[in-house]
Ligand binder design. Structure first.
Ligand SMILES: [Zn+2]
Length: 370
């Protein structure tokens, strides 16, 4: 299974292929017979561009310019500070009842990854794709369509559903965060792409310099201002997450945002002018008051909520007493492999680093923890 991103605005109208539809910033998923998730693949009865992809939008330049190109701080949630999938729902961010994943699907995410073969790759209308019949109901609600690439040779479309009424029976909508591990990995990559792309598209309808409407640039993924010609490219907001090690000990923190009492790694957004290593050292000093050295890269994770890229690091403790930044954290302390607290679940860079710590790093140090 492979996904290739392709920019071709001439194909921005719904046709046969994979539809990655979003409803109120949540991915629309159909439920197939065995309780897994799949992105509906419609048959060839493509609607006309006129009926499915309205060109204009109703927002005034003023209101769009106000919403601007900047993500409000409250939306910039560092990945490592996110609750695990099981506890992603929190006050003020409640999932509407009709969008909830039904209880029958409430097994832990790690047990819920369907095999690749479980993702129906069949034309709708066939008995293997019971969600197909409802696609007609969704089609008329799509307010914006963006062609964005091919998954195993099949065209992929990102679409925004009008949010004024609910979803038809047979579909639910869920944040991509709790969907990690629930939908096939091959679909997760284009799903992340589609969510990020739609968010960027919505927030750049008007020029950030002069307020005139933007239009799609034909030869690359960018918007060009119809008045002053300014270019707007998709934005990525890098963030770091770091494991602080001292022999067998690991420093973990409980963030105020966490909905359940688990501990995770220190994380934060990269500031302008910083190297990634600068950011690691600064975030660690700001949040827990200790110094680190020997900062090395571990791995990364796209975190398009709405537009971050998470870069994971390991660093060695280099002195200082723990001093908790109470604005961000409720607690921070050293743990050892035999007294670890409850940790983030799911498939995240934080979880991967912690698994490496538990399974590879700490056992490799031997009984003395040298
Ligand atoms: Zn302009």
């Amino acid at each position: 299974m492979s996904f290739t991103a392709i920019h071709d605005p001439t194909k921005n109208s719904l046709a046969e292929g994979y539809w990655f539809l979003f409803f109120r910033d949540r991915l629309v998923v159909s439920r197939n017979g065995d309780g897994g998730f799949t992105v509906p693949r419609p048959s060839g009865n493509a609607a006309s561009p006129e009926s499915t992809a309205p060109s204009g939008n109703a927002a005034s330049p003023e209101s769009a310019a106000r919403s601007g190109n900047a993500t409000p701080p409250e939306n910039r949630i560092p990945p490592g500070n996110e609750a695990p999938a099981e506890s992603a729902a929190r006050p003020g961010n409640a999932t509407p009842q009709e969008n909830r994943v039904p209880p029958g699907n409430a097994t832990p995410p790690e047990n819920r990854v369907p095999p690749e073969s479980a993702a129906p790759q069949v034309d709708p209308g066939s008995p293997e794709n019971p969600g197909a019949a409802e696609l007609a109901a969704l089609r008329g609600k799509i307010s914006r369509v963006l062609y964005f690439g091919r998954l195993d040779g099949v065209d992929c479309y990102a679409g925004d559903l009008a949010s004024d009424d609910g979803l038809p029976d047979g579909f639910t909508a869920d944040s991509l965060r709790p969907l990690y591990g629930k939908i096939p990995p091959s679909q997760m990559i284009p799903a992340r792409f589609a969510g990020h792309l739609l968010h960027w598209d919505r927030s750049t309808r008007f020029c950030g310099s002069c307020g005139a409407p933007n239009r799609d640039k034909e030869d690359e993924r960018a918007k060009v201002c119809s008045s002053c010609g300014a270019l707007t490219y998709p934005r990525l907001s890098p963030a770091i997450i770091v494991a602080i090690l001292d022999g067998k000990r690991i420093l973990l923190a409980h963030n105020r945002r966490f909905a359940t009492p688990f501990y995770s790694l220190i994380a934060g957004f990269v500031e302008m002018g910083e190297t990634l290593e600068d950011c690691v050292a600064r975030e660690v000093e700001e949040e827990v008051g200790v110094r680190v050295r020997n900062i090395r890269y571990f791995g990364s994770q796209p975190w398009p909520f709405p537009d971050s890229l998470m870069l994971g690091f390991i660093a060695d403790y280099d002195g200082g007493e723990i001093r908790v930044d109470r604005r961000e954290l409720l607690d921070a302390r050293w743990f050892t492999p035999d007294n670890l607290p409850s940790l983030p679940a799911g498939d995240s860079i934080a979880r991967r680093i912690l698994t490496w710590y538990e399974k590879d790093y700490a056992p490799g140090l031997g009984p003395k923890g040298a």
